[in-house]
Design a protein around this ligand. Structure first.
Ligand SMILES: NC(=O)c1ccc[n+]([C@@H]2O[C@H](COP(=O)([O-])OP(=O)(O)OC[C@H]3O[C@@H](n4cnc5c(N)ncnc54)[C@H](OP(=O)(O)O)[C@@H]3O)[C@@H](O)[C@H]2O)c1
Length: 271
């Protein structure tokens, strides 16, 4: 559906859910007039009681492995919570994931590719897409990292300082995306039609390659031992390949993941 925001953003009441999360933090920087609501301020499993003209819905159950043993709780947040946001009856941005795909492709996933999630988390996020309704931008992104919260880049910085070697998965490929770049692209997206949009960093790599890049950029002397995901025995299966690209005209382009990594490290590391 074609849609152009008629009001300038400045006059709209923009609300960010999940403001305590890593993407929430980046959205609040990219939308300085937005009102950020943490889980304490709005637990989205509860019906809404906020005033808004636009919601950037970043609240989610993001514990991919935990969702396997607590599927109902994960669905209550990712599907029920999104329904509650949609009940406000205003445009919303719903953040979805590369984990809606099964990873059997060997070239980037585009918006018209059929989803087939492998995990409970992926299924709840896909159902959340449907729950977002018609007046929604469905933003699929991947492998997020930022300067707050728990993420792969911060974990590698910690481990790399403590150990000589870390074992990292080398049989999953994706597009690690810096939350600052995703938040900026989200701003651009508000001039575009509703619907599904793939917004992820340019380039692709494996987790092991990302770990090596973290150590290289941060000047940390730590070896990366490349392992198969199966060796970790994690509860939730992940797609082996989940690089995202947009096939839609005018789609916002994000910088390369390595540029995102440098931008993130510039905030995390002392000069
Ligand atoms: N992380 C990734 O690699 C990735 C990849 C693709 C897409 N995404 C999507 O991007 C969005 C943002 O992810 P993120 O990486 O910023 O995750 P995050 O750092 O885990 O942030 C999610 C936030 O949602 C909050 N939350 C959880 N349950 C809630 C509830 N019932 N009501 C209100 N808030 C609740 C969490 O609060 P607590 O800390 O209190 O739990 C947390 O602050 C999510 O939709 C996620 O599915 C993430």
């Amino acid at each position: 559906m074609e849609h152009v925001i008629a009001d300038p953003l400045g006059t709209r009441r923009v609300v960010v859910t999940g403001a305590g999360g890593q993407l929430g933090a980046a959205l609040l920087e990219a939308f300085p007039d937005a009102r950020g609501l943490t889980r304490e301020q709005w637990d989205v499993t509860m019906p809404p009681s906020v005033e808004a003209d636009l919601v950037l819905h970043a609240a989610a159950w993001t514990d991919v492995d935990g969702a396997e043993s607590e599927p109902q709780e994960a669905a209550a947040v990712n599907v029920g919570g999104t329904q509650h946001v949609a009940e406000l009856g205003v445009p919303l941005v719903y953040f979805s994931t590369d984990y809606v795909f099964d990873g059997r492709k060997r070239e980037p996933y585009v918006e018209s590719d059929g989803p087939n999630p492998l995990s409970v988390y992926g299924r709840t996020k896909l159902h959340g897409e449907a729950a977002a309704g018609e007046e929604a931008w469905i933003v699929r992104s991947s492998w997020l990292f930022g300067w707050t919260g728990r993420n792969f880049v911060r974990t590698m910085l910690d481990l790399g300082r403590e150990r000589d070697e870390v074992a990292v998965v080398d049989d999953q490929r994706g597009s690690p995306t810096y939350v600052g770049h995703l938040a900026a692209a989200t701003r651009e997206l508000l001039d575009k039609p509703y619907g599904v949009w793939h917004l992820a960093a340019d380039g692709e790599c494996t987790w092991a390659e990302l770990a090596e890049a973290v150590f290289e950029e941060a000047g940390i002397d730590c070896r990366v031992r490349r392992i198969a995901a199966a060796e970790l025995g994690r509860p939730a299966p992940r797609p082996a390949y989940s690089v995202l690209r947009s096939e839609r005209p005018g789609a916002p382009r994000l910088p390369h993941w390595r540029e995102g990594l440098r931008a993130c490290l510039a905030r995390l590391l002392p000069d």
